[in-house]
Design a protein around this ligand. Structure first.
Ligand SMILES: Cc1ncc(COP(=O)(O)O)c(C=O)c1O
Length: 344
């Protein structure tokens, strides 16, 4: 029957956000313009839904490859980048997986599902990472795989470039550089791709969270191996058609990303002006802040109709921390107004 360790887990919880200003999940706040939405619907209406989707997805992989400056053979597609994390952890030798802590929870969670050991390298109090220490843990644990989110979730910071490069050069196992928030940051790491270095990306944060489309860029030989544990037809026909359409209009989303980056800077400055709020540097589409009582501020904002993420109990380094997704200008201003009304 069901494994004891699975029984001991809790299901991934998504809080009810109906009717609220939703600043908890790093989504793009802008809905699609009417003209674009109509064109998209037209494209979807042409899909032959009675047939299985294109299994190789060559057209879409070609488009993504062009977008990223790599070859189509270097692209693996997943139903969200979460699914690709799972594929990587299924296909690599089941030795230790090394991650910094705190970081994105799915690396740990999927490792648990697959009974893979995880070694966490704690970050410093200011969330910086010591690459020598990271490499030492990788060597000591004979790590088969390591994940580095660049920028990191939930801290929002981007590791210094030379640190990422040192880890990429020094690792003997597989390094996965997760760029879920890459579009909001100052650089990409595609140039580091090698037989043991891959770059993971997603469309979720740039505007298409509902689509569930992620992709991995890597060495063609390694991608071909990982492709063997991909569920057949994992990207449905509507998603394939949508992703191709959206890539044809990527400029629209790039403009939105630029606007969100500006809003992030405005919000970082405005929040730092509050007595009792410490704002951490971010290169993502969210800000991590520390207050004196995160749970009280979280609950007060919820009462005011604003949902953010309380990180307080999730890690020793995140005591009294809140993660705030950058929304539209109006949503962000509503958050600032609500904060002025509550006791910090
Ligand atoms: C660092 C990081 N990687 C991957 C993901 C998963 O993204 P997707 O929606 O593509 O599954 C997230 C989502 O929050 C994330 O923070």
């Amino acid at each position: 029957m069901i494994r004891g360790d699975i029984k001991a887990l809790s299901a991934y919880h998504v809080p009810d956000s109906s009717g609220m200003i939703k600043l908890d999940a790093m989504e793009n706040p802008f809905s699609m313009a009417d003209n674009l939405r109509k064109e998209w619907a037209k494209r979807l209406a042409e899909v032959n839904i009675n047939r299985y989707p294109d299994a190789e997805m060559l057209n879409l992989r070609k488009k993504i490859a062009k977008h990223e400056g790599v070859e189509p053979e270097q692209v693996l597609l997943g139903n969200g980048s979460d699914e690709i994390i799972q594929m990587i952890l299924i296909a690599t030798v089941p030795g230790t997986c090394v991650v910094p802590g705190p970081t994105f929870v799915m690396y740990n969670l999927v490792s648990q599902w697959l009974k893979r050991p995880v070694a966490t390298v704690p970050l410093a109090e200011d969330f910086t990472m010591n690459e020598e220490h990271f490499l030492q843990v990788c060597a000591r644990e004979k790590a088969e795989v390591a994940f580095l989110a660049c920028p990191n979730n939930p801290t929002g910071n981007l590791w210094r470039q030379e640190r990422v490069e040192k880890i990429a050069r020094g690792m003997s196992g597989m390094l996965v550089i997760d760029e879920a928030y890459g579009p909001f940051s100052e650089r990409t790491h595609n140039y580091l791709i090698a037989p043991n270095v891959m770059v993971l990306k997603t469309f979720s944060k740039v505007g298409w969270a509902g689509l569930r489309m992620g992709y991995l860029l890597g060495d063609a030989e390694v991608i071909a191996q990982l492709n063997k544990v991909r569920m057949p037809y994992n990207i449905n026909a509507l998603t394939q058609a949508s992703a191709e359409f959206l890539l044809d209009h990527f400029d629209v989303f790039e403009a939105q990303v630029a606007e969100l980056r500006d809003e992030r800077e405005r919000m970082a400055e405005a929040l730092a002006e509050f007595d009792g709020i410490q704002v951490f540097p971010s290169q993502a589409n969210f800000l991590l802040v520390r207050v004196s009582d995160a749970t009280r501020v979280f609950e007060s904002l919820k009462k005011a109709g604003i949902l953010i993420k309380n990180m307080h109990a999730s890690d020793r380094l995140l005591v009294n921390c809140l993660r705030i997704t950058i929304g539209s200008r109006d949503e962000n201003s509503a958050l600032l107004a609500a904060l002025r009304e509550i006791q910090l």
